[in-house]
Design a protein. Sequence first.
Length: 96
Amino acid sequence: MPTPKHPNLRPVIDLASASPGIVVRASTDKNCVFVSCVHAESNVIVSMVAAYSHVIRPAADHALQVGQSIFLLAHGEAQRFFAWLHGDSDSAPGVH
């Protein structure tokens, strides 16, 4: 799902997680990537980590490793995240 454009906000992508009712939301600025688990219904952040983009890596087929944290994602979402992070998709950094 394309993320709406908001010119004054950081780039953000919402990813489906492996847990019902939880969305994995990532945003970036020029120095860091912020990844959080968000309760979908209330939009409340459950957990959050920040890391430099070069330390974020795939973990198994459907997960992200951000530092020492693992985020379990729905099928295909890890690939969509890395495409977004590297600017290879419609919702790339710089597009809100």
